[in-house]
Design a binder for this molecule. Structure first.
Ligand code: PMP
Length: 308
Protein backbone atom coordinates (compact mmCIF):
# COMPACT_ATOMS: atom_id res chain seq x y z
CA UNK A 1 0.00 0.00 0.00
CA UNK A 2 1.10 3.54 -0.68
CA UNK A 3 2.63 5.61 2.06
CA UNK A 4 0.78 8.89 2.49
CA UNK A 5 2.66 10.33 5.44
CA UNK A 6 5.71 9.98 7.58
CA UNK A 7 6.72 11.05 11.07
CA UNK A 8 7.16 14.67 9.94
CA UNK A 9 3.84 15.06 8.08
CA UNK A 10 1.51 17.79 9.34
CA UNK A 11 -2.27 17.80 8.93
CA UNK A 12 -4.95 20.35 9.80
CA UNK A 13 -7.25 18.90 12.46
CA UNK A 14 -10.15 20.93 13.83
CA UNK A 15 -8.33 24.23 13.83
CA UNK A 16 -4.82 23.04 14.72
CA UNK A 17 -1.82 21.86 12.74
CA UNK A 18 -0.69 18.54 14.21
CA UNK A 19 1.53 15.65 13.26
CA UNK A 20 -0.37 13.02 11.27
CA UNK A 21 1.40 10.32 13.29
CA UNK A 22 0.08 11.79 16.57
CA UNK A 23 -3.46 12.64 15.41
CA UNK A 24 -6.35 10.68 16.88
CA UNK A 25 -9.80 9.92 15.68
CA UNK A 26 -12.64 8.33 17.62
CA UNK A 27 -13.15 4.65 16.79
CA UNK A 28 -16.77 5.11 17.89
CA UNK A 29 -17.33 7.70 15.15
CA UNK A 30 -20.49 7.28 13.11
CA UNK A 31 -18.33 7.93 10.03
CA UNK A 32 -16.11 4.95 10.70
CA UNK A 33 -19.00 2.57 11.34
CA UNK A 34 -21.37 3.61 8.58
CA UNK A 35 -19.27 5.34 5.90
CA UNK A 36 -21.08 8.53 6.88
CA UNK A 37 -18.66 11.35 6.12
CA UNK A 38 -18.06 13.73 3.23
CA UNK A 39 -14.82 14.63 1.58
CA UNK A 40 -13.06 16.42 -1.26
CA UNK A 41 -10.25 15.56 -3.62
CA UNK A 42 -8.32 18.71 -4.56
CA UNK A 43 -5.05 19.28 -6.35
CA UNK A 44 -2.34 21.86 -6.04
CA UNK A 45 0.21 22.43 -8.77
CA UNK A 46 3.53 24.14 -9.11
CA UNK A 47 2.74 26.72 -11.77
CA UNK A 48 4.95 27.78 -14.66
CA UNK A 49 6.10 30.68 -12.48
CA UNK A 50 7.02 28.31 -9.67
CA UNK A 51 4.16 29.29 -7.35
CA UNK A 52 1.99 26.79 -5.49
CA UNK A 53 -1.61 27.13 -6.69
CA UNK A 54 -4.58 25.11 -5.51
CA UNK A 55 -6.81 24.47 -8.52
CA UNK A 56 -10.38 25.78 -8.04
CA UNK A 57 -10.26 25.77 -4.22
CA UNK A 58 -13.49 27.75 -3.79
CA UNK A 59 -15.43 25.28 -5.93
CA UNK A 60 -14.07 22.34 -3.94
CA UNK A 61 -14.73 23.81 -0.50
CA UNK A 62 -18.21 24.97 -1.53
CA UNK A 63 -18.93 21.42 -2.70
CA UNK A 64 -17.60 20.08 0.62
CA UNK A 65 -20.04 22.35 2.42
CA UNK A 66 -22.94 21.34 0.18
CA UNK A 67 -22.06 17.66 0.62
CA UNK A 68 -22.03 18.09 4.42
CA UNK A 69 -25.34 19.95 4.44
CA UNK A 70 -26.90 17.34 2.13
CA UNK A 71 -25.90 14.70 4.72
CA UNK A 72 -27.17 16.79 7.67
CA UNK A 73 -23.66 17.16 9.05
CA UNK A 74 -23.15 20.46 10.92
CA UNK A 75 -20.75 22.63 8.91
CA UNK A 76 -19.11 25.41 10.91
CA UNK A 77 -16.18 26.42 8.69
CA UNK A 78 -15.87 28.98 5.97
CA UNK A 79 -14.22 28.55 2.61
CA UNK A 80 -11.60 31.28 3.05
CA UNK A 81 -10.33 29.87 6.34
CA UNK A 82 -10.15 26.36 4.88
CA UNK A 83 -8.27 27.53 1.78
CA UNK A 84 -5.79 29.37 4.00
CA UNK A 85 -5.41 26.25 6.18
CA UNK A 86 -4.81 24.15 3.07
CA UNK A 87 -2.03 26.44 1.82
CA UNK A 88 -0.53 26.24 5.30
CA UNK A 89 -0.61 22.42 5.22
CA UNK A 90 1.21 22.50 1.86
CA UNK A 91 3.76 24.95 3.22
CA UNK A 92 4.41 23.05 6.45
CA UNK A 93 4.92 19.84 4.47
CA UNK A 94 6.96 21.62 1.81
CA UNK A 95 4.94 20.27 -1.12
CA UNK A 96 3.74 22.02 -4.28
CA UNK A 97 2.34 19.31 -6.57
CA UNK A 98 -0.11 17.76 -4.16
CA UNK A 99 -3.33 15.89 -3.71
CA UNK A 100 -5.39 17.35 -0.88
CA UNK A 101 -8.01 15.43 1.03
CA UNK A 102 -10.34 17.30 3.41
CA UNK A 103 -12.80 15.07 5.28
CA UNK A 104 -15.75 16.17 7.40
CA UNK A 105 -16.66 13.44 9.86
CA UNK A 106 -19.09 12.68 12.64
CA UNK A 107 -18.50 12.18 16.37
CA UNK A 108 -19.10 8.96 18.32
CA UNK A 109 -22.70 8.06 17.53
CA UNK A 110 -24.01 4.56 16.96
CA UNK A 111 -27.56 5.74 16.42
CA UNK A 112 -28.91 7.40 13.29
CA UNK A 113 -29.87 10.69 14.92
CA UNK A 114 -28.56 13.98 13.54
CA UNK A 115 -25.23 15.05 15.03
CA UNK A 116 -24.81 18.28 16.96
CA UNK A 117 -21.18 18.60 15.88
CA UNK A 118 -18.83 17.46 13.14
CA UNK A 119 -15.07 17.55 12.68
CA UNK A 120 -12.68 18.34 9.86
CA UNK A 121 -9.28 17.08 8.83
CA UNK A 122 -7.18 18.25 5.86
CA UNK A 123 -4.48 15.89 4.66
CA UNK A 124 -2.12 16.39 1.70
CA UNK A 125 0.51 14.32 0.00
CA UNK A 126 2.77 14.74 -2.96
CA UNK A 127 1.27 13.90 -6.35
CA UNK A 128 2.90 14.81 -9.62
CA UNK A 129 0.64 15.94 -12.48
CA UNK A 130 -0.52 12.79 -14.21
CA UNK A 131 -2.02 13.38 -17.66
CA UNK A 132 -0.42 10.24 -18.95
CA UNK A 133 -0.49 9.59 -22.65
CA UNK A 134 -1.22 5.93 -22.10
CA UNK A 135 -4.84 5.45 -23.08
CA UNK A 136 -7.18 3.54 -20.80
CA UNK A 137 -8.77 0.20 -21.51
CA UNK A 138 -12.19 0.58 -19.93
CA UNK A 139 -14.73 -2.10 -19.02
CA UNK A 140 -18.45 -1.67 -18.53
CA UNK A 141 -18.99 -2.62 -14.91
CA UNK A 142 -21.49 -5.18 -13.69
CA UNK A 143 -22.13 -2.66 -10.87
CA UNK A 144 -24.48 0.26 -11.45
CA UNK A 145 -24.14 3.65 -9.79
CA UNK A 146 -26.25 3.98 -6.63
CA UNK A 147 -29.89 4.74 -7.32
CA UNK A 148 -30.28 8.52 -6.83
CA UNK A 149 -33.56 7.82 -5.05
CA UNK A 150 -31.56 5.94 -2.40
CA UNK A 151 -28.67 8.35 -2.03
CA UNK A 152 -27.90 12.03 -2.52
CA UNK A 153 -25.66 11.15 -5.41
CA UNK A 154 -24.59 14.75 -6.07
CA UNK A 155 -22.89 14.80 -2.65
CA UNK A 156 -19.36 13.50 -2.26
CA UNK A 157 -20.19 11.12 0.57
CA UNK A 158 -17.73 8.44 1.64
CA UNK A 159 -20.28 5.62 1.58
CA UNK A 160 -20.87 6.07 -2.15
CA UNK A 161 -17.30 4.99 -2.72
CA UNK A 162 -17.95 1.40 -1.68
CA UNK A 163 -19.70 1.19 -5.05
CA UNK A 164 -16.65 2.78 -6.74
CA UNK A 165 -14.23 0.38 -5.05
CA UNK A 166 -16.24 -2.69 -6.08
CA UNK A 167 -16.44 -1.52 -9.69
CA UNK A 168 -12.78 -0.56 -9.99
CA UNK A 169 -11.57 -3.77 -8.36
CA UNK A 170 -13.74 -5.84 -10.68
CA UNK A 171 -12.35 -4.09 -13.78
CA UNK A 172 -8.75 -4.50 -12.65
CA UNK A 173 -9.27 -8.17 -11.75
CA UNK A 174 -10.42 -8.69 -15.33
CA UNK A 175 -7.31 -7.03 -16.75
CA UNK A 176 -8.78 -3.60 -17.59
CA UNK A 177 -7.50 -0.23 -16.43
CA UNK A 178 -10.79 1.14 -15.18
CA UNK A 179 -14.53 0.55 -14.88
CA UNK A 180 -17.42 2.47 -16.42
CA UNK A 181 -20.71 2.44 -14.51
CA UNK A 182 -24.21 2.78 -15.85
CA UNK A 183 -27.22 4.17 -14.01
CA UNK A 184 -30.19 2.03 -13.02
CA UNK A 185 -31.68 2.45 -16.52
CA UNK A 186 -28.50 1.31 -18.31
CA UNK A 187 -27.55 4.81 -19.38
CA UNK A 188 -23.84 5.56 -19.14
CA UNK A 189 -23.15 7.45 -15.91
CA UNK A 190 -19.49 7.83 -14.88
CA UNK A 191 -16.35 6.13 -13.69
CA UNK A 192 -15.62 5.11 -10.10
CA UNK A 193 -13.91 8.47 -9.52
CA UNK A 194 -14.25 10.48 -12.72
CA UNK A 195 -16.79 11.89 -15.17
CA UNK A 196 -16.74 10.89 -18.82
CA UNK A 197 -17.21 12.50 -22.23
CA UNK A 198 -17.31 10.98 -25.68
CA UNK A 199 -16.48 12.62 -28.98
CA UNK A 200 -18.38 12.21 -32.23
CA UNK A 201 -17.78 14.29 -35.35
CA UNK A 202 -15.80 16.90 -33.44
CA UNK A 203 -18.47 17.39 -30.75
CA UNK A 204 -18.49 16.19 -27.16
CA UNK A 205 -21.33 14.49 -25.30
CA UNK A 206 -21.53 13.86 -21.54
CA UNK A 207 -24.22 12.47 -19.21
CA UNK A 208 -26.34 15.15 -17.50
CA UNK A 209 -26.49 15.61 -13.70
CA UNK A 210 -28.85 13.22 -11.94
CA UNK A 211 -26.88 10.00 -11.72
CA UNK A 212 -23.37 11.44 -11.45
CA UNK A 213 -21.17 13.51 -9.20
CA UNK A 214 -21.12 16.81 -11.13
CA UNK A 215 -17.37 17.17 -11.26
CA UNK A 216 -15.35 20.35 -11.07
CA UNK A 217 -13.10 19.04 -13.85
CA UNK A 218 -16.24 18.32 -15.89
CA UNK A 219 -17.27 21.96 -15.43
CA UNK A 220 -13.75 23.01 -16.43
CA UNK A 221 -14.04 20.93 -19.62
CA UNK A 222 -17.21 22.89 -20.43
CA UNK A 223 -15.29 26.15 -19.94
CA UNK A 224 -12.40 24.96 -22.10
CA UNK A 225 -14.78 23.83 -24.86
CA UNK A 226 -16.50 27.20 -24.83
CA UNK A 227 -13.17 28.92 -25.30
CA UNK A 228 -12.00 26.48 -27.96
CA UNK A 229 -15.32 26.58 -29.84
CA UNK A 230 -16.05 22.88 -29.28
CA UNK A 231 -19.75 21.99 -28.92
CA UNK A 232 -20.75 20.00 -25.82
CA UNK A 233 -24.09 18.33 -25.27
CA UNK A 234 -25.44 16.93 -21.98
CA UNK A 235 -27.73 14.00 -22.59
CA UNK A 236 -28.37 10.39 -21.73
CA UNK A 237 -26.91 7.68 -23.95
CA UNK A 238 -26.19 3.99 -23.82
CA UNK A 239 -23.12 1.78 -24.35
CA UNK A 240 -23.89 0.99 -28.02
CA UNK A 241 -23.72 4.68 -28.96
CA UNK A 242 -20.54 5.11 -26.93
CA UNK A 243 -18.86 2.19 -28.69
CA UNK A 244 -19.50 3.98 -31.99
CA UNK A 245 -17.77 7.16 -30.84
CA UNK A 246 -14.57 8.62 -32.28
CA UNK A 247 -12.97 8.97 -28.84
CA UNK A 248 -13.78 9.14 -25.14
CA UNK A 249 -12.09 10.35 -21.99
CA UNK A 250 -12.35 10.46 -18.22
CA UNK A 251 -11.92 13.68 -16.32
CA UNK A 252 -11.52 14.31 -12.63
CA UNK A 253 -9.26 16.08 -10.19
CA UNK A 254 -7.02 13.05 -9.74
CA UNK A 255 -7.40 11.62 -13.27
CA UNK A 256 -7.15 15.07 -14.93
CA UNK A 257 -8.14 14.48 -18.61
CA UNK A 258 -7.25 10.97 -19.73
CA UNK A 259 -8.22 9.37 -23.04
CA UNK A 260 -9.61 5.89 -23.55
CA UNK A 261 -8.22 3.32 -25.94
CA UNK A 262 -11.22 1.01 -25.85
CA UNK A 263 -14.46 0.11 -24.12
CA UNK A 264 -15.00 -3.62 -23.57
CA UNK A 265 -12.14 -4.18 -26.01
CA UNK A 266 -13.86 -2.18 -28.76
CA UNK A 267 -11.35 0.43 -29.93
CA UNK A 268 -12.34 4.02 -30.56
CA UNK A 269 -12.30 5.15 -34.15
CA UNK A 270 -9.89 8.07 -34.10
CA UNK A 271 -6.31 8.15 -33.02
CA UNK A 272 -6.19 10.20 -29.80
CA UNK A 273 -3.82 12.76 -31.29
CA UNK A 274 -6.35 13.63 -34.02
CA UNK A 275 -9.25 14.29 -31.64
CA UNK A 276 -10.65 17.50 -30.22
CA UNK A 277 -10.54 15.60 -26.91
CA UNK A 278 -6.77 15.74 -27.07
CA UNK A 279 -7.02 19.53 -27.51
CA UNK A 280 -9.14 19.66 -24.36
CA UNK A 281 -6.52 17.57 -22.55
CA UNK A 282 -3.74 19.92 -23.61
CA UNK A 283 -5.75 22.99 -22.65
CA UNK A 284 -6.48 21.49 -19.22
CA UNK A 285 -2.81 20.73 -18.72
CA UNK A 286 -1.93 24.35 -19.52
CA UNK A 287 -4.69 25.72 -17.31
CA UNK A 288 -3.68 23.86 -14.13
CA UNK A 289 -0.09 25.06 -14.30
CA UNK A 290 -1.12 28.52 -15.57
CA UNK A 291 0.89 28.09 -18.73
CA UNK A 292 0.22 30.47 -21.57
CA UNK A 293 -2.02 28.70 -24.05
CA UNK A 294 -0.45 27.24 -27.11
CA UNK A 295 -1.15 29.94 -29.68
CA UNK A 296 -1.20 27.42 -32.48
CA UNK A 297 -4.10 25.35 -31.11
CA UNK A 298 -6.44 24.70 -34.03
CA UNK A 299 -10.14 24.70 -33.39
CA UNK A 300 -13.10 23.07 -35.02
CA UNK A 301 -14.10 26.42 -36.50
CA UNK A 302 -10.71 26.64 -38.18
CA UNK A 303 -10.06 29.90 -36.31
CA UNK A 304 -7.39 30.27 -33.71
CA UNK A 305 -8.62 31.25 -30.30
CA UNK A 306 -6.90 31.97 -27.06
CA UNK A 307 -7.59 30.00 -23.90
CA UNK A 308 -6.69 32.88 -21.62
N1 PMP B 1 -17.33 11.28 -10.24
C1 PMP B 1 -16.92 10.68 -9.12
C2 PMP B 1 -17.68 9.51 -8.61
C3 PMP B 1 -15.78 11.15 -8.45
O1 PMP B 1 -15.36 10.56 -7.33
C4 PMP B 1 -15.07 12.25 -8.96
C5 PMP B 1 -13.84 12.75 -8.27
N2 PMP B 1 -14.16 13.69 -7.29
C6 PMP B 1 -15.54 12.84 -10.15
C7 PMP B 1 -16.68 12.33 -10.75
C8 PMP B 1 -14.85 14.02 -10.74
O2 PMP B 1 -15.03 15.13 -9.90
P1 PMP B 1 -13.98 16.31 -9.85
O3 PMP B 1 -13.71 16.71 -11.25
O4 PMP B 1 -14.67 17.37 -9.08
O5 PMP B 1 -12.77 15.78 -9.17
Amino acid sequence: MASYYNDATVIFLNGSFVKAADAKMDFYSQSFHYGYSVFEGIRAYKTEKGETKIFKPVEHYERLKNSALAMNLPYTWNTDELIAATYEVLKRNNIQDAYIRPVVYAPANMSFVVNTEAFIVIEAWEMAPFLGDKLLRVMTSSFQRPNPKGFKIEAKAAGHYVNSILASQEAKAKGFDEALLTDMNDNIAEGPGANMFFEKDGKLVTPPPGNILPGITRATVFEICKKLGIAVEERLFKADELKNADAAFYCGTAAEVIGWESLDNVKFKKSWNETVSKKVQTAYKNLIIEKEPDATIKHSSGKEKSLA
